[in-house]
Design a protein around this ligand. Sequence first.
Ligand SMILES: [Zn+2]
Length: 324
Amino acid sequence: MVEEVWPNIFRTEIPLPANPLKAINSYVVRGGNKFLIIDTGMNRPECLEAMQSSLKKLGVDLRQTDFFITHVHADHFGLVSELAKDPSRIYFNHPDAEIIKDPNHWEKLAASAALNGFPVADLQTAIKRHPGYKFHARGPLDLCLLKEGDVIPIGDYAFRCVETPGHTKGHMCLYDPKTKIFFSGDHILGDITPNITLWSENHDPLQQYLESLDKINEYDINLVLPGHRNLLHHHRQRIAELKKHHEVRAKEALSILEKGQQTAYQVASQMAWDIDCEFWEDFPLPQKWFASGETLAHLQYLQGQGRVKRELREEKAWFSLAGV
Ligand SMILES: [Zn+2]
């Protein structure tokens, strides 16, 4: 499926098989005989086939095509290594590029998961089944790294880079001030809630995410082109909903901690999750992994606010209510 959502901006849905996200939106911007593709899909045959068929319909010449990738996750980044040709530029951001360059990235994540109570026996399997591990780009790639305010001109558009850390450390959106079009990646989604998960012990991704939402709230936007599901028009209303969602989740984590000191994994097992499993024990490992990471992000946020305290004991991080 290819649809023109704005003059010379086309959306194509790239399927993500057996993934709760279902599909990713890839956008093709046409400027004369040049093209810019924003986000690509996972590095797997199903995504490549769908992308090739859409590019054929649009008459895209990959030798005349540059890429902008909003963030490091494999569903956005993975396929770029199969699409980019020698002359292609791959625009990306500094913080997420560090993750790609880090040979110990998965080891560090595993160590953090173990510290936060994820069963050590399940760790290697959880990583091997993680889509980010299985379907990422083949490297090394020559990346063109951009920062806040840098501009990508294409046809009638001049897209400005907008740093929106939170969903990932370096997440970046694009904004065209003339048409007020905003490519939001996974920063703002309309029908689902972007996953905010941790990267290491020293970050507070949820605090950063909420600040990035406040930043975009100030923007004058006609149309949000998100990384998944439907386009949206009322970004301020959606931002308010997303902020409310995290407030509710933080309260839920606090109420679970009323039972006493727990690891992030234990708290996650008692939170409510939108998944077709009645019991935590039945969750597929990747879902347990995402749920634990998301819970930890909320606990670290609450710790930053002084509402939760953290204690290291027996090689694990234990969270409890502050002032108890
Ligand atoms: Zn993502």
